[in-house]
Design a protein around this ligand. Structure first.
Ligand SMILES: [Zn+2]
Length: 106
């Protein structure tokens, strides 16, 4: 897996995984199936990149990465913490899923 870094609308850096099949979602590591990230909606977590990849008003005190963790927890809750998805987050994004689980149990 390779990574590219880009800035979102509020200037925070986002690390985007990609390989020969194209980019993966930096939030949930779902493949974009060769589509570009920008202005497309993630088929996994439903975030639209270039538009709602910044903290919403409710989470305006969060950094982008903190907000992404909120979205990740929501996405995992919606999918009953599916083991395949947990591994996807760990393997592609290097996410500490135990920390996410602690966040979910707050
Ligand atoms: Zn996603």
């Amino acid at each position: 897996m390779k990574y590219s870094i880009c800035k979102n609308a509020i200037g925070d850096l986002i690390r985007i995984p990609y390989d020969e099949s194209g980019p993966y979602c930096p939030i949930c590591a779902t493949s974009f199936n060769g589509c570009e990230l920008k202005h497309n909606i993630c088929p996994g977590c439903n975030i639209q990149f270039g538009d709602d990849d910044v903290p919403t008003r409710e989470f305006s005190d969060h950094t982008t990465e903190e907000y992404f963790n909120v979205v990740r927890v929501q996405w995992l809750n919606d999918n009953d913490w599916d083991t395949v998805l947990i591994h996807q987050l760990r393997d592609i994004l290097g996410i500490d899923t135990d920390a996410l689980r602690a966040l979910a149990n707050k």
